[in-house]
Design a protein around this ligand. Structure first.
Ligand SMILES: Nc1ncnc2c1ncn2[C@@H]1O[C@H](COP(=O)(O)OP(=O)(O)OP(=O)(O)O)[C@@H](O)[C@H]1O
Length: 276
């Protein structure tokens, strides 16, 4: 992957270890990559390969009492590794947004979507309630969410998982973060909702120029969405390449194995592709 001034986020020599009664155990090592403006970087690898540890390192959400996080993680040139919690809280949600697998966990059941949307905006901006609500509605409209007014009045349990995930993405996008980390954002959804969520992420990328780190074990999703891909195995990056090169000419044995054993999306009776 090339390095240029479009790089928004740089990860250099990331090495994470956890303290165990037997001593230090390495979870990820020699992790190097960069995220470019308006590009989607796919992160693939089987369970336990270190994808979540890598993204939690970027967000500085690992338990520092139990873990050593070495290396450099810079956002627009600013070092994040070791930044005080207070500073990191300002960055999370505003400059780096996080979208998790199960959107239900991201919302509090007792408050309306609107309340939570507006409070999120107000935490990271100086907007008043009315302005925050307007921004929420504008963002929902700009990413084609239907009936924003009605959505804002709903409680989380009144919306489907797919719709909640789309609201979550609108919430993430509304403060125009430089980076969105989406950890398996479609895994819990049916095919129809997967498609809507992926379309929305792509829209956010193109409309706001957001860099997206898309973590997925689904190579169908990665092949449709990502510009570049990194493949992890046993806590290391074993291959990184442009998406076309990776799928057409995989070099590492593990990548070849992943491609051979990928789910048979394309062999279903009605070939399904994520047409964005
Ligand atoms: N809080 C933790 N404490 C100790 N070890 C951990 C912790 N979280 C993850 N690990 C270990 O770190 C390694 C990498 O895990 P990680 O969750 O990053 O994998 P992953 O690729 O995200 O897997 P999955 O796709 O299942 O989420 C694994 O060996 C895992 O057991």
């Amino acid at each position: 992957m090339k390095s240029n001034e479009q790089n928004i986020l740089n990860v250099r020599d990331l090495h994470v270890q956890v303290r165990t009664p037997e001593g230090l155990s390495t979870l990820v090592q020699n992790i190097n990559f960069e995220m470019e403006k308006g590009k989607i970087l796919g992160l693939v690898g089987e369970s336990g390969s270190g994808k979540t540890i890598t993204s939690m390192s970027i967000l500085q959400l690992l338990d520092k009492k139990r873990m050593n996080i070495e290396g450099s993680i810079t956002l627009h040139g600013r070092e994040l590794n070791g930044l005080e919690n207070k500073e990191m809280r300002k960055i999370r949600g505003k400059d780096i947004a996080f979208i998790m697998q199960n959107p239900m966990n991201a919302f509090t059941p007792v408050f309306t979507i609107g309340h939570q949307f507006v409070e999120t905006i107000r935490t990271h901006s100086s907007l008043n309630k009315k302005q925050a609500k307007e921004l929420a509605i504008d963002t929902m409209q700009s990413v084609n969410l239907p009936n924003p007014d009605k959505l804002l009045k709903s409680y989380p349990f009144q919306l489907s998982g797919g719709m909640l995930q789309r609201v979550m993405i609108a919430m993430a996008a509304c403060l125009n973060p430089s980076v969105i980390i989406a950890d398996e954002p479609t895994t819990a959804l049916d095919l129809h909702n997967q498609l809507l969520v992926l379309r929305l992420l792509d829209k956010v990328r193109s409309r706001y120029g957001t860099s997206i780190l898309l973590i997925s074990h689904d190579l169908g999703v990665i092949s449709e969405m990502a510009d570049d891909v990194i493949v992890m195995q046993y806590g290391r990056i074993v291959e990184s390449a442009n998406v076309f090169d990776l799928f057409d000419h995989p070099e590492h044995e593990y990548t070849k194995k992943l491609l051979r054993t990928r789910p048979t999306l394309y062999s279903q009776k009605q070939p399904y592709t994520y047409m964005l």
